[in-house]
Design a protein around this ligand. Structure first.
Ligand SMILES: [Fe+2]
Length: 141
């Protein structure tokens, strides 16, 4: 994977080059172009950021992010509830998924891309505007 990353150097940031868990997202977007002739910017963006997200995620980006996180092979605590609730409130599920991911990454002591903290702040702010600072959990009741 690193050899292909070097071939597309400049497209990857320092965090992605330091972690194959992070690298597979931008590399996947590049392979979608080179090996599958995908040219739809919205699709490439969703693949590119499906691991860390980004501050200006579209609903399509969020669906791809959550589809990857909640696919049938995933078995982390709470995954069944998230699979059910994702159809009720996309942003709330994004926040829960981000929190779960951060907890997992910290426990494993894996590299955390700062983009995911920016995304968490953005989504939390949006939910607080919508439900109030203490009412976010009401969105899934
Ligand atoms: Fe992935």
């Amino acid at each position: 994977m690193k050899e292909k990353a070097v071939r597309y150097s400049g497209y990857f940031d320092e965090y992605e080059l330091a972690s194959s868990a992070l690298l597979h997202a931008p590399l996947g977007a590049m392979l979608a172009i080179s090996d599958f002739q995908v040219e739809i910017p919205e699709v490439l963006q969703a693949i590119r950021f499906h691991t860390t997200g980004h501050q200006a995620m579209t609903d399509f980006d969020k669906v791809v992010f959550l589809a990857d996180a909640l696919e049938p092979g995933r078995d982390f605590p709470g995954v069944e509830r998230l699979r059910r609730d994702v159809f009720r409130d996309l942003d709330h599920c994004m926040l829960l998924m981000i929190n779960s991911t951060l907890e997992y990454l910290k426990k494993k002591k894996w590299l955390i891309h700062p983009r995911i903290y920016e995304l968490k702040k953005k989504i939390k702010g949006k939910l607080e505007k919508q439900y109030g600072a203490t009412g976010i959990s009401d969105s899934l009741r």
